[in-house]
Design a protein around this ligand. Structure first.
Ligand code: IPE
Ligand code: IPE
Ligand code: MG
Length: 235
């Protein structure tokens, strides 16, 4: 497959539809999460091949903590195992791995796994892969506002620009997504990157996440390439 013509710098994906995918097959919801890991692998592999600098995934929202404990537990274990399992692959392909979100709610074991994979891959120069875990857009904005308020007390009178505020978000060093893909037919943001998606292009697909592989990713990128981005200006 040829590389797409107009590549985004940052593609983000709301991976949705794992439960439905499993239920359609008469299986437990978690089976869909297991299969979904393969889709993450396929997308990262394609991002490496096509040289997309940043690829990010909404893996678990703050609201997802409200799911049954068994599903939450399985998801957390699965993520720890999957990131450790991919470490060699990340090193081989120069992938820098990051997890962003509210760490306070994660177990010590998972935090240790995250730290291990993040520090091992920190100097890699290829694709940056981000997992948004225990993340929500409103949480991010609030934690940023709190930190900024603290700094402003010490440095009053400084006029705040949007770029200044962005520095306090957990995505401080990450460019805003050019493209946001959501699978499974849902067309909503579900408290994901609220601030950062101000000028993001959205692509919604009916494909359920476990079925979203290289071909589907390519289609979404082609759709992105056909968009005319104006950023409020006139061309
Ligand atoms: C996405 O699939 C994965 C997470 C939100 C963790 P879902 O688990 O939401 O699957 P559906 O939407 O119920 O099918
Ligand atoms: C969004 O999916 C969160 C993630 C993909 C991690 P959900 O399945 O939780 O979203 P809603 O409930 O359909 O909005
Ligand atoms: Mg869902």
């Amino acid at each position: 497959m040829q590389a797409p013509v107009k590549l985004p710098t940052h593609v983000s994906i709301i991976m949705d539809g794992n439960g439905r995918w499993a239920q359609e097959r008469g299986k437990e919801r978690v089976y869909g999460h297991f299969e979904g890991v393969e889709s993450v692998r396929a997308v990262v592999e394609a991002a490496v091949e096509w040289k997309i600098p940043y690829v990010s995934f909404f893996a678990f929202s703050e609201e997802n903590w409200g799911r049954p404990e068994a599903e939450v537990q399985t998801l957390m274990e699965l993520m720890g195992r999957a990131m450790l399992g991919e470490l060699d692959n990340f090193m081989e392909h120069g992938v820098r791995f990051m997890v962003l979100g509210n760490r306070d709610r994660l177990s010590d074991a998972l935090k240790a796994d995250i730290d291990k994979v993040m520090s091992a891959t920190a100097a890699n120069k290829g694709v940056t892969m981000i997992l948004f875990l225990s993340y929500s857009g409103r949480w991010d904005i609030l934690q940023a506002a709190e930190k900024m308020a603290h700094d402003l007390i010490n440095q009053p009178g400084h006029p705040v620009q949007p770029e200044d505020f962005s520095r306090y978000l957990v995505t401080a060093d990450i460019p805003d997504p050019d493209l946001l893909i959501r699978t499974s037919g849902e067309q909503r943001i579900s408290n994901y990157l609220l601030w950062q998606t101000a000028y993001t292009e959205f692509v919604f697909t009916e494909t359920l996440w476990p079925d979203f592989r290289k071909e589907a990713f390519r289609q979404a990128l082609d759709e992105y390439a056909s968009r005319d981005r104006r950023f409020g200006k006139i061309k």
